[in-house]
Structures are given as C-alpha cells and as structure tokens.
Design a protein around this ligand. Structure first.
Ligand SMILES: [Zn+2]
Length: 266
C-alpha cells in the first residue's frame, strides 16, 4: 500500500503525573515473567526505578474513549484484553473518520489504513521523587508492598497476596504526548485526547484500580505547536494547572493551534 500523507505540524503536550494513590503497573510483558515473580511493577533495568510505560497510558486512553463512545471492542490483543478497531472501511469513514482508529491507529491487514495521530512516551520519575523515595527507606526500591486479600470466588477462601506499588505522592514527568496534524479534522480530534486524559484521571492507571490503586492527576500541563513551515520554532499554546482547565479552554486553545499550524500543501 502506498500512502501520500502530508504532515502539517505537531502539538506537543507535556505534563507531570502525580500519583494520588499507590500505583501498580505490572511487569506483565514476557521479559518480566522470566523471574516468575508475580505482582511486581515495571522498572527501568538500568536504574531500577519504576516508570510509566507510554503504552499503558495510551492504552488506557484508548479504552476509555472506546467506552464513552460505546464502540464495540472487537479485536483481541491477548490476555483477555480486547480493543475496538474498525473492520470495514465504511465504519472507519463514518462521521468523518472513527476517532479511536484515527488517533490510536489500526492494526495491519486491512484494505484501508491510517497513520495514528498520537505518540505517548514512557514517563520516568522526577529527580525530586527519586530523592524522596531514596531517603524514605521504603520496603522495596522506590516502592511499597501492599497486602490485599483475594477472595476465591468458588471456595470463598481468603488468600492474602502482596502487591508492589509506587507510593502515593510520587511524581512522574514530564510525560510527553505528541499529536500530529495531517488534516483539518485533526484539530477537532484534540477534543478526544483531552477528554481521554480526564477519563483516565477519573478511572485509574495500571492494575488493582477497583481496589484503590492507580488514581493519578495530570499537573503543570504545557501545550506547544510546531508547524511544518517553521518546525524549529515552537509556538506556545498555553500552560494549564489541570486537565479540567485545558478542557475549559479547549476552544480557544484549538483556535490558537489552527493559527500556529497552517494547512498549506507542500
Ligand atoms: Zn474505529
């Protein structure tokens, strides 16, 4: 398949991620299972510090948008997780383009495709949080043990299990989300990105959310535009203390972004 897609510019979103409750993002990838240890968190092997994988945040954003739009989660991605992805060109193109498949992408093997608009990078702990946790002499490096009682649904037997978590009050950042503009409609799709961030705040990140883990808040949000024309010169789109504040200012911010990124061909 050939594609002829014109990148007009990018909107860069940076933010701090503050953990309001303990955070458990499991090391569930195949490489993390080699040790056979359950309920551990994902860490950077170089410095042993926990981090937030961009894929975790992005996946959560996607699934929240799928749910609020009531889209069918029709494609298995393993481990009992299914995502929505348009199976037919007609559904993909409906209403000017499916927001989820446009922003987050489609898996291959389709007669149609799109370039996903959103990149979400891995987020490291801030140096301040690293220092704070080093001084705290936590049970585990940069982490705590939380014991939860799991009830066996069949036998009703209670089994305590330990969960490794990043303690509440830890700050990760700056998180970086990069949204590419390929067409006029992409400016309107920013709505779904900031809505998703609000939805994630009200839901949770990582595991054990229904038992209290994973409440996070985005803080110190900065928005910048880079236009194709003058890519090296970023245009400031504003600073916000919360996602709510961005959403309140979304119309004027989007207008500013449109002005900063003109859609001129070649
Ligand atoms: Zn779709």
């Amino acid at each position: 398949m050939t594609s002829n897609i014109q990148l007009f510019g990018r909107i860069v979103i940076t933010a701090s991620i503050n953990t309001l409750t303990g955070l458990h993002i499991g090391g569930t990838s195949a490489s993390m299972e080699i040790g056979g240890v359950d309920n551990t968190i994902i860490r950077n092997p170089i410095n042993n510090q926990p981090y937030i994988p961009g894929s975790s945040l992005r996946g959560k954003m996607r699934s929240q948008t799928e749910k609020i739009l009531g889209l069918e989660q029709n494609q298995s991605i393993g481990r009992d997780v299914s995502i929505h992805s348009c199976q037919k060109m007609e559904s993909f193109e409906k209403n000017g383009g499916c927001p989820v498949c446009t922003i987050y992408g489609l898996p291959g093997e389709r007669g149609f495709n799109t370039t996903s608009r959103l990149v979400v990078r891995d987020v490291a702990m801030t140096p301040e949080s690293v220092e704070k946790l080093e001084r705290s002499h936590a049970d585990l490096p940069f982490a705590e043990y939380k014991t939860e009682v799991a009830i066996d649904r069949v036998t009703s037997a209670a089994t305590p299990r330990s969960l490794e978590r990043v303690p509440a009050g830890t700050v990760f950042g700056p998180a970086e989300l990069v949204f590419s503009i390929y067409e006029e409609k992409d400016f309107d799709r920013l709505f779904y990105v900031f809505e998703a961030l609000q939805l994630v705040e009200d839901d949770y990140l990582g595991g054990s959310g229904s038992r209290g883990s994973g409440k996070i808040r985005f803080e110190s949000i900065q928005l910048t535009a880079r236009a194709k024309k003058d890519y090296g010169k970023p245009v400031d789109l504003g600073s916000f203390s919360s996602i709510q504040e961005v959403n309140n200012a979304l119309k004027s911010m989007t207008a500013k972004a449109k002005e900063a990124i003109p859609l001129e061909s070649k």
